[in-house]
Design a protein around this ligand. Structure first.
Ligand SMILES: Cc1cc2nc3c(=O)[nH]c(=O)nc-3n(C[C@H](O)[C@H](O)[C@H](O)COP(=O)(O)OP(=O)(O)OC[C@H]3O[C@@H](n4cnc5c(N)ncnc54)[C@H](O)[C@@H]3O)c2cc1C
Length: 233
């Protein structure tokens, strides 16, 4: 069950790309217990009727210290992300959670295919970290589309994982619009899907990206329930 709202202190602020920022926060009252892929709800003191609720996925699995890693992009005129961009170490945040069902399937009996756009990679990064904390990780392919080369979140971390773990493959892609991201992803996806054994697809990003990809899998013979999705908007 989700925990009630509590205050968390911002411990650090780091820019991961020119427009993506990471906050490490520490809940002050209770340690959060969560599954990789889940998210917290932030209650932000902004907007016409505060608090403004905004969901953010956890980027790093549960740690003994209880610290939580949040990663978000700077949305032009975005009220919530604009507020988060103002936060400094020592500031407080109200949050509740964890929530969500976008988690690793059980059993892990097929290749896992993560498909993400931009910060849709955040919950996937958490799941990948959890999977590769063990020696026997199942085969994983991450297809991550970013809006520009320097906006590919966790790019070097994933490149390095692909070089050190034989079962991990990483395909970074760049497309400036949502529509272009869908077209490019589908074209790169076909050789992995058409006439191949079924994989477990997990797709994350905004609806304009996630829905056409889910439809692609359904047209390719997948049951709707076999395609796990998380939409951000
Ligand atoms: C379950 C869940 C998990 C989420 N996890 C994350 C996360 O880990 N990192 C993260 O950056 N965001 C995440 N989001 C989105 C986040 O909650 C906010 O919607 C986002 O930060 C925009 O809020 P805002 O108030 O700044 O923008 P708003 O003023 O609400 O404007 C939203 C508009 O900005 C555009 N947009 C650009 N980038 C995003 C984005 N990342 N998400 C949503 N809309 C976007 C969309 O076109 C959307 O219509 C998640 C959302 C959900 C539902």
């Amino acid at each position: 069950m989700a925990e009630p709202t509590q205050t968390a202190k911002v411990l650090s602020v780091t820019d991961l790309t020119p427009n993506v920022r990471q906050l490490i926060v520490l809940p002050k009252t209770r340690k959060l217990s969560f599954q990789p892929g889940q998210w917290v709800s932030l209650k932000l003191p902004v907007g016409t009727k505060p608090p403004l609720n905004r969901a953010y996925s956890l980027a790093t699995p549960e740690s003994p210290s209880g610290e939580l890693t949040l990663v978000f992009d700077r949305v032009p005129q975005g009220i919530g992300s604009g507020y988060l961009y103002e936060l400094r170490p020592g500031d407080d945040l109200s949050l509740s959670g964890p929530y969500g069902n976008f988690v690793l399937p059980k059993p892990l009996d097929r290749e896992i295919l993560f498909i993400t756009r931009y910060t849709g990679l955040v919950p996937v990064r958490c799941m990948v970290k959890a999977l590769y904390a063990h020696r026997d990780a199942p085969p994983v392919l991450v297809m991550a589309v970013g809006p520009a080369e320097d906006e590919l979140v966790y790019h070097y971390e994933f490149l390095s994982l692909a070089m050190t773990r034989a079962s991990f493959r990483y395909l970074p892609l760049v497309a400036s619009s949502e529509e272009a991201a869908v077209g490019l992803t589908v074209s790169m996806l076909r050789p992995f899907i058409d006439s191949k054994p079924k994989v477990t697809p997990l797709v994350c990003g905004t609806k304009g990206f996630v829905r056409p990809l889910r439809d692609y899998f359904i047209e390719a013979g997948y049951d709707r329930k076999e395609v796990k999705t998380e939409t951000y908007d």
